[in-house]
Design a protein around this ligand. Structure first.
Ligand SMILES: Cc1cc2nc3c(=O)[nH]c(=O)nc-3n(C[C@H](O)[C@H](O)[C@H](O)COP(=O)(O)OP(=O)(O)OC[C@H]3O[C@@H](n4cnc5c(N)ncnc54)[C@H](O)[C@@H]3O)c2cc1C
Length: 419
């Protein structure tokens, strides 16, 4: 495999670009593997990478029904942060942020991780107090946080509506400087390339259609390319979790699938240098390196597996956006799409064991699973290889919904659309 470096670029330039090899192989599935991961999104591919790299488990296949990176990992707005209040989330997402900080080197692939700061805007004094509390909790957990007043926000981005008569006046914000964004599909491709180089088989156009389970133990999966045996099977299918888990008899997972849409404007000169979230209107915005404003808002509000956008949400998101930044209304929308979110009942993920021996579950990412990709793969690989969770994911069990140990960051209750 070509090692990507400035030297390989120069060599390619001098030799007619003949030095590049395929980023990953296209193998036929073997009859069985030690581990099968279902889902070639960010989490499945990261799991394969860490299984091979950290645990020496290389007889692994990732089965993807479409193409690698065609799901949410290639459809999200790429906000990366670890600004959580509750300990379980704070430690997990901070581990993820630390992995992000070294990811391009680890994968030898430029994931364009840009620590441009994430700022949550406050629209009332009580909300600013709440942010101060969360910021203090973050600092106590060793995570960077800064509280900004209105002038502090305005100095960074002058284009918002700072008037007293704004629909939601801006009182300040909570900033995490180490937060930012990354290039979504590069994350999938980087993990894929690294896993493949370590011997993992990445098998595209291979949909899992059933499980073979005997005496409470998984023996393998039925697929559109035949039966494939496995000692262990990990599910990392995000928005399709309920559907795939039901094939294994796990019929009542605490997850609902909802659509979330993203939008990109025409390209502009640098305008918004940080990532902003506007909770009062439910709108968030950043600017890509190509210049387009990248933004989104609410879920569609009904359950769906459709990966397409629609006009009512375009109107809804722009109404929210223009309440914050009126000049947005003068831009052209150039691209628009949707992804399918696995919304859990407390807004936190599930990474762990299932009642079926050898079957593991990675799900419940709601609309924040992109930033979790490195830690999710890291913890899921540990759980599968060691057959027990790591301390970082031991709270994210499936049975917390039975025992009442929910991790409800927003205190919104069991209403998935509210997380
Ligand atoms: C519009 C939008 C904006 C978002 N913004 C952010 C953000 O700013 N920050 C953030 O952290 N998160 C964000 N997210 C959430 C994030 O994208 C997801 O939580 C995360 O990508 C989910 O994990 P994944 O990458 O593994 O999922 P996916 O990429 O969806 O991977 C799952 C894979 O499983 C495959 N699959 C499904 N069923 C089967 C089957 N039967 N057999 C084989 N394969 C199967 C699918 O084809 C898919 O490729 C956003 C999501 C959307 C849609």
């Amino acid at each position: 495999m070509t090692h990507y470096s400035v030297w390989s670029l120069i060599k390619g330039g001098l030799t007619g670009q003949k030095n590049w090899t395929r980023a990953w192989r296209d193998p036929e599935p073997k009859s069985s593997y030690d581990v099968i991961i279902i889902g070639g999104g960010g989490h499945g591919l990261a799991t394969a990478h860490y299984l091979a790299k950290l645990h020496g488990v290389t007889n692994v296949a990732v089965l993807e029904k479409g193409w690698l990176g065609g799901g949410n990992v290639g459809r999200n707005t790429t906000i990366v942060r670890s600004n959580y209040l509750l300990d379980a989330n704070a430690h997990f997402y901070e581990h993820s942020l630390k992995l992000w900080e070294g990811l391009s080197d680890d994968l030898n692939y430029n994931v364009m991780f840009s620590q441009r700061a994430v700022i949550n805007l406050a629209h009332s004094k009580p909300q600013l107090d709440g942010f101060a509390r969360r910021g203090n909790a973050m600092l106590l957990n060793g995570i960077d946080a800064e509280l900004l007043d209105r002038d502090g926000v305005q100095a960074m981005v002058p284009y918002f509506d700072y008037s007293e008569s704004a629909r939601f006046p801006i009182y300040g914000g909570l900033m995490q400087r180490r937060g930012g964004s990354a290039r979504h599909d590069a994350v999938a491709w980087g993990y894929a390339r690294s896993a493949d180089a370590r011997g993992v088989d990445l098998i595209q156009n291979c949909e899992v259609t059933g499980f073979r389970i005997e005496d409470g133990r998984v023996l393998g999966v039925e697929t559109t390319r035949g039966f494939i045996g496995a000692q262990k099977v990990g599910m990392a299918v995000a928005g399709h979790t309920s559907h795939v888990a039901a094939m294994a008899g796990l019929n009542r997972l605490p997850i609902e699938s909802h659509k979330l849409q993203a939008m990109v404007s025409e390209g502009l000169k640098p305008l918004i240098n940080q990532v902003y979230t506007f909770g009062a209107g439910h709108f968030y915005i950043s600017q890509s390196d190509k210049g387009g404003l990248v933004y989104g808002g609410d879920l569609d509000g009904y359950n769906s597996y459709a990966q397409r956008g629609n006009y009512p949400l375009i109107e809804h998101v722009h109404a929210a956006g223009m309440a914050l930044m009126p000049s947005l209304g003068r831009l052209r929308l150039t691209r628009h799409w949707a992804g399918v979110m696995d919304m859990s009942m407390d807004g936190s993920p599930i990474i762990g064991m299932t009642p079926i021996e050898g079957l593991y579950l990675n799900a419940g990412w709601c609309y924040g699973g992109f930033k979790a990709t490195p830690a999710s793969g890291w913890c899921f690989a540990h759980t599968i290889a060691q057959n027990r969770p790591h301390a970082l994911n031991e709270a994210f069990t499936l049975n917390r919904f039975e025992t009442g140990a929910q991790i409800d960051e927003r205190g919104a209750g069991p209403i998935p659309g509210a997380h």
